[in-house]
Design a protein around this ligand. Structure first.
Ligand SMILES: C[S@@+](CC[C@H](N)C(=O)[O-])C[C@H]1O[C@@H](n2cnc3c(N)ncnc32)[C@H](O)[C@@H]1O
Length: 245
């Protein structure tokens, strides 16, 4: 118990500069899908989101929910099944097709006229639209604003040098009254290069603080034996709720 408490009470790491020049290209992400290096995917969905889902939805209906860097997150189906509409963006076409196939959803695909070479995949019911392009190109497609944002494996996957651009896009997608759930990871960034990249509390304030307040809802020890190969011996997930000031 003491060991668990110690790891969860871990303070912020001072050295957040150490990962700042790390870059993964879009092609490298696409290769991860081809080579099945997708241990980030959670087949059962995200347990903290499951726990906070009702609080997050606040009993509201017909919400627009945004999934940045969505992969094939099964949580997209949770929202759709509750009557909300989901928009995701993901660079891997393979990931998007796997989502629809694994969730037994029929879909259609069409080009995104504003983004040459990009496509949008839509469920036949029209309640899930997944844009296959870079998040940084997405604003050109004018996808509107959102009531909820579920950010897991997204800010932590963005190259640290692109975080400000990323946050500015998120801020531009927020509808009044938005609730933004953000999952980040805490570990010693001098031991592992990322991704996932370490995101400190101060960084969240720097990126979103002009518009949003943030509160940490929960910290969970998510360390598994496989993480030893990253050179770390503890890993804590932190779930934040961001709301407009
Ligand atoms: C760590 S995974 C997380 C996926 C998903 N959110 C989940 O929780 O399973 C990050 C995903 O972002 C995609 N990706 C990385 N950079 C991207 C970008 N600039 N635009 C769109 N997708 C991107 C990758 O292909 C990968 O599927």
């Amino acid at each position: 118990m003491d060991a668990i408490r110690t790891s969860l009470d871990i303070k912020e790491y001072p050295d957040t500069e150490v990962q700042k020049n790390r870059v993964l290209t879009l092609e490298e992400w696409q290769e991860k899908w081809v080579e099945r290096k997708i241990t980030f995917h959670q087949e059962q969905g995200h347990q903290l989101l499951k726990k906070y889902l009702d609080t997050f939805l606040k009993g509201e209906s017909g919400l627009r929910v945004f999934f940045p860097l969505c992969g094939k997150a099964v949580e997209m189906k949770w929202f759709a099944d509750r009557g909300h509409s989901v928009v995701g963006v993901e660079i891997s076409e393979l990931g998007i097709r796997e989502f629809f196939m694994e969730q037994n959803l029929t879909y259609s695909e069409e080009p995104i006229t504003e983004i040459p070479g990009a496509k949008v995949f839509k469920s036949s019911l029209g309640n899930i639209s997944l844009y296959c392009c870079s998040l940084f190109d997405l604003p050109r497609a004018n996808i509107g604003k959102f009531d909820r944002i579920w950010d897991r494996g997204a800010l932590v996957a963005i190259n640290p040098g692109d975080r400000k651009r990323y946050a500015d896009i998120m801020l531009s997608l927020m509808r009044k009254g938005v609730q933004y759930l953000l999952s980040v990871l805490s570990y010693d960034p001098t031991k592992h290069g990322g991704p996932p990249f370490y995101v400190s509390d101060a960084e969240i304030e720097k990126l979103f603080g002009s518009v949003c307040s943030h509160q940490c809802l929960e910290k969970v020890d998510v360390f598994e034996e496989r993480h030893r190969s990253w050179g770390i011996d503890h890993l804590v997930e932190k779930l934040y709720l961001l709301t407009e000031k």
